[in-house]
Ligand binder design. Sequence first.
Ligand code: 57M
Length: 359
Amino acid sequence: MLYLLLYPLHTVFSVLNVFRYITFRTIYASLTAFFICFLLGPWVIRKLAALQVGQYIREDGPQSHLGKAGTPTMGGVLIVGAVTVSTFLWSDLGNPYVWIALFVLVGFGGIGFIDDYLMQIKKQSRGLGVKSKLLLQTALALVAGGLVVAHPQFSAEVTIPFLKTVTPDLGWGYLPFAALVIVGASNAVNLTDGLDGLAIGPMSIAAATYMIFAYVAGHVKIAQYLQIPYVPGAGELAVFCGAIAGAGLGFLWFNAYPAEVFMGDTGSLSLGAALGVIAVITKQEILLLLVGGLFVIEALSVIFQVGFFKMTGGRRIFRMAPLHHHFELKGWPEPKVIVRFWIIAIALALLALSTLKLR
Ligand code: 57M
């Protein structure tokens, strides 16, 4: 909005020329989203507590979690709000990719909100049923994927990290593939969100990583130089990614151990899906397995655990899935699990960044 309002005035006030630069707007989008979360956090937490939007804790989980009962949840409304306001302020609203990304963030936030809300009304740990949740997620992801596919510059080719010449063209298969990336990312982040700051830390790291990829993908010269797909207009998503990274840090201030608030499905489903759609638009879909590697590991631990459990009639690979519960039950203190998982997320993000040169 500020771009559309202020940049045209640069002919009168040359200082406003700075609004032209995606880098400048990305930095301020991050700071704006950070301060919205940081400053409004205490008020939102008080409101959620007053509305008695407190977390119900499953009794079959690690015993250490029972003390977390009543922690205000649905803090994701603050994150989604901060990212949306900041993106509105600092991005070029004439760019269709910005609208697709916001649609996914707010749409999946809406599904998460319904889920959280039902949990509060029913006073139980399950909200929307698994099937209805998956159906709603798939429907939204298909709409978002359809909007990407309808873009005049769309290409159905998929980039494979480290291999610059292998770019399979999925043709019509691209739409279900895009939906899978979005829904998969949304659910993987949701599964990870089980310890204080465990999901939001790596989410900020992943958003900051894609911020770089979005900038590079949208810059014709750098994209050509690095031999990555050039996606005209994708650079504007750097502003959106910056807003997510900033909002994430602002939220982490309160979600850090011991958490004063949880993000709820409102936060985890929306942020995961947003990461998925960014990967799709920037044509770095497969790279999400690395950038969001921690979320992938957590999701795989559940898939293997459930599969093995069913195959063997009740035996387990891990003490409990998702993986963070396994380490908790092994006796690692919660902060140790969290910080070690962050370290893994940072290492994976660096590895992902190295694909800019290693190809
Ligand atoms: C959501 N939600 C947290 C909070 C957060 C298929 C199965 C593996 C599914 C999985 C599941 O339901 N996962 C989805 C996980 C919950 O957090 C809330 O949910 C929101 C995210 N959606 O924002 O509102 C609890 O996590 C803790 N928490 C924190 N700090 C935070 O910042 O400590 C969350 C955020 C909170 C709080 O305790 O209440 C959750 O874990 O429920 N199911 C599971 O994860 C369960 N695993 C399981 O059943 N494993 C079995 C299967 C796979 C065979 C096994 O391994 O034997 C575990 N979760 C719980 N108890 N709570 C185990 C039992």
